[in-house]
Design a protein around this ligand. Structure first.
Ligand SMILES: Nc1nc2c(ncn2[C@@H]2O[C@H](COP(=O)(O)OP(=O)(O)OP(=O)(O)O)[C@@H](O)[C@H]2O)c(=O)[nH]1
Ligand SMILES: [Mg+2]
Length: 347
C-alpha cells in the first residue's frame, strides 16, 4: 500500500461568501395598487474559519482540497423576508499551524518567512481564526421608508466576501525536541518518556514524520517533546530526508541531542555530535543558539562507558546524561532534569 503523504506546508485559496443584496419590493394586496415597501435584507455570507483540532497532526487534507470557498448569502425577498445566510466554512488544522499571507503566486515558503511575520499562530485546541471575513447582506427598501419617501427605491447591495491566497505551515509545538542520527534511539526514548508509541526499528529513517509526546512528571507538571526523523551529514543539502523537518523543532526551548554512545553502526559519537551541531547551524543560527544537552543513549552496550568518558571530556561544558531506552537505566534522572528545564504547570 502506498504510504500516505505527510504534508506540513501548503498554499491555499480562500473566499468568504458575499452578502446577498437588499431588494426593492412593494407590498401587493388585492385592490391596493401599490402597498408600502417590503423589500427584505440580503443574508450575510459565510466566513472561512480555521479551527484548531488536536486530533489532526498534518495539513494533508488541505493539499487535496486547497480552495476553501464559503457560501454566499441569499438576496432579500418580498414581505420583508431576509435572504438566507451563507453557512460558514470551518476547516480543521493541527495545533502549531502558522498562517502567512501569500498574494504573490509561486513565492516559496522560505522567502515568505524572510519577508514577513505570520498573521496568525494557532496553537490551542478549539482556537478559531477567521481567515476570510464574509460580506454583510445589503438592506432592503423596507428600511428607507419615511414620511417624505413613501415609495423608496433605495436599497444597498451585499458586500463582497474577502478572498486571498495564504500559506499554512505546521510547526509542531514541543518544549524540547530530539536531534539525532537515524537509529540513535530517539523514538525509543520518546516511548519510554511518554505515552506516545512511535515506531521503533533497527533500520535508519524509521521515523518519517514528526510526532509529539507528552511527558508527565507528576500530577501538575508536564512537558511536550518532539520526535523528528533522523538528521545526517549534508541534510542541509537535502541528503537523507533533508533538514525540512527541523522546522518542527523551531519552537522548542531546549534541544536534546541524542547519540548512540555505543557507536554500534561503526559510528563515532563525538563526530556525530559535531556533525549534528554543524547541520543545525547551517539550517538556522537561531536554532543553534538554543539551549542544548546531550542524551547518551544505549549505555547498556559494551564500550558505551568508555565512549561516555571521552564524550564528557570533549564536551566538558555541555550537560550529558547517560541512559538506556532499552533497560530504562537513567530514564528517571533524565525525566528529573527535563522537569527542571522545561516542566510546566498544567493549566
Ligand atoms: N541496546 C539498545 N538498543 C536501543 C536503545 N535504544 C534504542 N535501541 C534500538 O535502536 C534501534 C533504533 O531505535 P529507534 O528508536 O527507532 O531510533 P530513532 O533514532 O528513532 O531512528 P530513526 O527514526 O530511524 O531516526 C532500535 O532497534 C531500538 O530497539 C538502547 O538504549 N539500547
Ligand atoms: Mg525514530
Amino acid at each position: 500500500m502506498k504510504k500516505r503523504q505527510f504534508v506540513d506546508h501548503v498554499r491555499i485559496y480562500v473566499r468568504a461568501g458575499d452578502g446577498g443584496n437588499g431588494i426593492v419590493h412593494f407590498r401587493r394586496e388585492k385592490y391596493v395598487p401599490k402597498g408600502g415597501p417590503d423589500g427584505g435584507d440580503g443574508g450575510d455570507g459565510g466566513d472561512v474559519v480555521l479551527k484548531v483540532a488536536s486530533d489532526t497532526d498534518n495539513l494533508t487534507h488541505l493539499f487535496f482540497k486547497s480552495r476553501l470557498i464559503a457560501k454566499s448569502g441569499a438576496h432579500g425577498q418580498g414581505r420583508g423576508k431576509h435572504g438566507k445566510s451563507g453557512r460558514e466554512l470551518v476547516v480543521r488544522v493541527p495545533p502549531g499551524t502558522l498562517i502567512y499571507e501569500s498574494d504573490r503566486p509561486g513565492i516559496s515558503i522560505e522567502d515568505l518567512k524572510l519577508e514577513g511575520k505570520p498573521i496568525a499562530d494557532l496553537t490551542t485546541n478549539g482556537e478559531q481564526f477567521v481567515i476570510a471575513k464574509a460580506g454583510k447582506g445589503g438592506k432592503g427598501n423596507v428600511h428607507f421608508k419615511s414620511s417624505t419617501n413613501q415609495a423608496p427605491q433605495e436599497h444597498t447591495l451585499g458586500e463582497k466576501g474577502e478572498e486571498g491566497f495564504f500559506y499554512l505551515e505546521l510547526r509542531q509545538i514541543g518544549d524540547a525536541g530530539f536531534v539525532g542520527f537515524p537509529n540513535a534511539g530517539k523514538s525509543s526514548l520518546l516511548s519510554v518518556l511518554s505515552a506516545a508509541k512511535p515506531k521503533v526499528a533497527n533500520y535508519p529513517f524509521t521515523t518519517l514524520q514528526p510526532s509529539i509526546g507528552v511527558v508527565e512528571f507528576n500530577s501538575v507538571r508536564r512537558a511536550t517533546v518532539a520526535d523528528i526523523p533522523g538528521i545526517i551529514e549534508g541534510a542541509h543539502e537535502n541528503v537523507g530526508l533533508g533538514h525540512d523537518f527541523l522546522r518542527h523543532i523551531m519552537r522548542c526551548k531546549l534541544l536534546l541531542f541524542v547519540v548512540d554512545i555505543a557507536g554500534i553502526d561503526m559510528r563515532d559519537p563525538i563526530e556525530d555530535i559535531q556533525t549534528l551541531r554543524k547541520e543545525i547551524k547551517l539550517y538556522s543560527d537561531e536554532l543553534a543558539s538554543r539551549d542544548w544537552i546531550i542524551i547518551a543513549n544505549k549505555m547498556d552496550i559494551d564500550g558505551a562507558e568508555a565512549n561516555f568518558g571521552i564524550l564528557k571530556s570533549r564536551f566538558s561544558r555541555i550537560e550529558i546524561i547517560g541512559v538506556s531506552a532499552l533497560t530504562r537505566h537513567g530514564i528517571e534522572s533524565l525525566k528529573g532534569r527535563l522537569e527542571e528545564l522545561i516542566g510546566k504547570e498544567v493549566s
